[in-house]
Design a protein around this ligand. Structure first.
Ligand code: GCU
Length: 436
């Protein structure tokens, strides 16, 4: 039996189709810089007609659209135009949150005139000391609103959450022990004292983070079908759905007079970093974009064989992307894109990429190089990107319009990371002159 199976595989290899099964197996990740191999990145400014985009105008009218189209059709899937009837319902307001530093508002964003439809539960902190509309950091959270701050007044999410004992999750459900369990990733006091607001929603509100999550989430709601058979190969994946939700949160923030709509920073860690980049690439209302340890499918160059690969991503998280992306497993060189092009879609807005020394899975060097290779788009606007192509030592933030640091430590978003983002935002985002 085994023998006949191996001869079938050998036969398949001869026919050149064996890569499907080879990449279905998990390979140990390469973490040896000497074994990364050679690769050639697609030329950022080269238009499909062969012409170089040498001006802002060509970038804006031709090249930017081509790149967006390539990411939409081959990587994340197309974001559909959804007729939304956004209605913001304030659920609770606490004027002395975070030790009296902030006013915290819980808002349900109704997306459709349908009580059965998915909604976004947004939480917004605005510093009480603010006398003018404030800049806001907007990002997704992993374990629900109550995980961000240990306050019994916050609702525990009833949705499926990632299993994590340390976060008090039991059988994919948040428990009382989940309260405040991710507070270390949300140093609210730090941001609030510096005059920034913070907004977040639980990403599972729109789609739970597993292969079947689409059924009960926004995608299932829109499809109203019991399976995805026949789903177009460029249909959006979960990252696209979560990113779309960030734009709906932006719709709300833009209409809130306490918020400076011209200074909303979209940020995220890891899978949420991938999401933030895709949201920032598509929605230019985000004034700045921050990727924290976003790795493969985020800031890291796909063509570098280091840490996670496309094959790893699609094996474990194929539903994050569109079906077309699967064909690049083991064939990154065939992609019309690489991730420096995603970063370049943020130009000329401030962009920050961060890595961590022990986070080899996310390929820190690949994240750095991606930022280096995004710079030509910034130069079109007369802006210096990173200002260097030399990777800095740990804990030495660098950059101009593109910022970068390599933090000592593991895959995480820490107060150190936040401090750098706040410093960067102070430097790059000029306040509005209006007062209230
Ligand atoms: C996995 C996945 C990464 C992702 C990470 C996270 O490790 O392979 O691509 O960034 O989870 O979101 O924490």
């Amino acid at each position: 039996m085994t023998k006949s199976l191996s001869s079938i595989i050998a036969g398949a290899a001869l026919l050149g189709v064996v890569h499907v099964s080879a990449f279905a197996q998990k390979m140990p990740p390469n973490t040896d810089e000497a074994k990364v191999g050679d690769y050639v990145l697609p030329e950022l400014l080269r238009c499909e007609n062969g012409r170089l985009a040498t001006s802002v105008e060509l970038w804006r009218t031709v090249r930017r659209g081509e790149i967006l189209e390539a990411f939409s059709s081959q990587v994340y899937g197309r974001t559909p135009k959804i007729p939304v009837h956004l209605r913001a319902e304030v659920i609770a307001t606490c004027t002395n949150a975070v030790g009296g530093l902030a006013t915290r508002t819980l808002i349900t964003l109704h997306l459709f005139d349908d009580p059965e439809a998915p909604t976004i539960r947004l939480m917004l902190y605005v510093p009480n000391a603010a006398r003018v509309p404030v800049p806001v950091f907007l990002g997704l959270n992993y374990f629900g609103l109550a995980s961000v701050e240990a306050d019994p007044a916050l609702p525990l999410t009833a949705q499926w959450v990632l299993d994590d004992k340390a976060k008090g999750v039991v059988n994919h459900r948040a428990t009382e022990a989940t309260r405040g369990s991710h507070a270390a990733r949300w140093p609210l006091e730090l941001a609030l004292r510096r005059g920034y607001g913070v907004a977040t929603y639980f990403y599972g509100d729109l789609e739970e983070d597993h292969a079947e999550g689409w059924r009960t989430g926004l995608r299932g709601y829109l499809r109203k079908q019991s399976d995805r058979t026949g789903a177009a190969p460029d249909e959006w994946g979960a990252l696209g759905v979560w990113a779309w939700g960030l734009s709906r949160a932006m719709d709300y923030l833009a209409a809130n007079p306490a918020v400076d709509a011209k200074r909303v920073v979209v940020f995220g860690h890891s899978r949420h970093g991938k999401t933030a980049l895709w949201a920032g690439a598509q929605d230019e209302r985000f004034a700045a974009v921050i990727s924290n340890d976003s790795g493969e499918g985020g800031a890291a160059l796909a063509r570098r064989n280091f840490g996670e690969t496309i094959a790893d991503s699609v094996r474990a998280f194929g539903y994050w992307f569109c079906e077309n992306y699967r064909r690049y497993a083991g064939h990154a060189a065939d992609l019309p894109t690489d991730q420096h092009m995603l970063l370049a879609l943020c130009a000329p807005r401030p962009l920050y990429v961060a890595s961590a020394t022990e986070d080899l899975w996310a390929d820190p060097r690949g994240e750095f190089l991606s930022a280096v290779h995004a710079a030509p788009a910034y130069r079109l606007f007369g802006l210096e990107g990173l200002g260097t192509s030399e990777m800095p030592p740990p804990d030495r933030p660098i950059g101009q319009r593109i910022g970068y640091h390599l933090r000592t430590g593991k895959h995480d978003i820490t107060a150190y990371d936040w401090e750098q983002y706040l410093n960067f935002a102070d430097r790059q985002l000029k306040p509005q002159s209006t007062t209230r």
